[in-house]
Design a protein around this ligand. Structure first.
Ligand code: GLN
Length: 305
């Protein structure tokens, strides 16, 4: 495995076209494009890495996997009254379907869906809810050093008109239980959690291991729930690029505009890649290519016989 990912890392670093960093969140626009990291965590507890696997990056929408898991733990199947389970076929920050579908977002991974989930999770003060989300991510990664990058959170808030529109539009249907600004604060902050690929691959390992985190031995979710979260990652995790990601990589995956992707090879590995340059849809360009190469080399695609 080390040889495979070393080769992938050097191929990715030599690519001339690395995509473009997200500019609509000014703090993300400052990130150096010339960085690549990959970590592969396996159920036996090993984590192998190549590239700058110690460098922290903004996990952005990859955090939606963790808030979905937390929300399912709190609300169980009732969560599906708040969000759907269908791919949207629209960009991650699109508002068009919300009006036709009475303010119920298509799935938990588009922005509207994740904002609705932040509202569903919130009990009491926003600060406490945020602390609970961060604690949950630390628990999954088995690493108490993980923190929120406040500069990114502030940058998102300052440029968050679109997300505020989505939230207020949903609230206009009477779906919100908490003040919109407080919910948005939770959403912006969980998107601003900073992690490296080693931490992210470890945090996702329960999804590759029937719901159990092998580092702690703790059953995070049931095997059935792990299967379902993986299904949502496959169908919705890359927004209107989900079909293309399934075609090329063939694994459940969740991307973020920070350039990270968490991909799950059930029973085999949890893989985190990071390359800050994005494709036009907003998914990591070289991250996707690296995962495509990895599944070609390992045969790990869920569609490979
Ligand atoms: N925080 C980002 C936003 O709300 C998350 C989007 C993403 O990672 N695709 O726009």
């Amino acid at each position: 495995m080390q040889d495979i990912i070393d080769e992938i890392a050097s191929q990715m670093l030599s690519r001339a076209d690395k995509g473009k960093v997200a500019t609509y969140i000014p703090q993300l626009a400052r990130v150096n494009l010339e960085q690549f990291a990959i970590s592969v965590a396996t159920p036996d507890g090993q984590v192998v890495s190549a590239g700058c696997a110690d460098t922290l990056f903004s996990i952005q929408s990859v955090s939606k996997v963790f808030t979905l898991t937390l929300a399912l733990g709190k609300l169980g199947e009732n969560l599906w009254h708040r969000v759907g389970r269908e791919p949207s076929g629209d960009p991650f920050n699109s508002i068009v379907q919300l009006e036709h579908e009475q303010g119920k977002p298509r799935n938990p991974f588009i922005n509207a869906g994740a904002i609705a989930i932040a509202d569903a999770i919130m009990q009491g003060q926003a600060k406490e809810t945020l602390a609970e989300i961060l604690q949950f991510v630390r628990f999954l990664a088995n690493d108490n050093t993980i923190a929120i990058d406040e500069r990114v959170a502030r940058s998102e808030l300052e440029t968050g008109d679109r997300n505020a529109s989505l939230a207020h539009f949903m609230a206009s249907f009477g779906h919100f239980h908490n003040p919109v600004d407080a919910v948005l604060g939770i959403y912006f902050h969980h998107c601003s959690i900073a992690m490296n690929t080693q931490q992210l691959a470890t945090a996702g390992l329960f999804l590759a291991n029937q719901g159990i985190n092998p580092h702690t031995g703790y059953a995070v979710v049931s095997p059935r729930r792990a299967k379902r979260i993986n299904a949502l990652m496959m169908t919705c995790g890359h927004y209107d690029g989900s079909g293309e990601f399934a075609f090329r990589v063939g694994l459940p995956g969740k991307s973020g505009v920070g350039g990270g992707i968490l991909a799950i090879a059930p029973g085999k590995a949890s893989i985190a890649v990071w390359s800050p340059g994005l494709d036009p849809i907003g998914n990591s360009k070289l991250g996707t290519e690296a995962l495509e190469r990895l599944t070609h080399k390992t045969g790990w695609s869920v569609f490979a016989g």
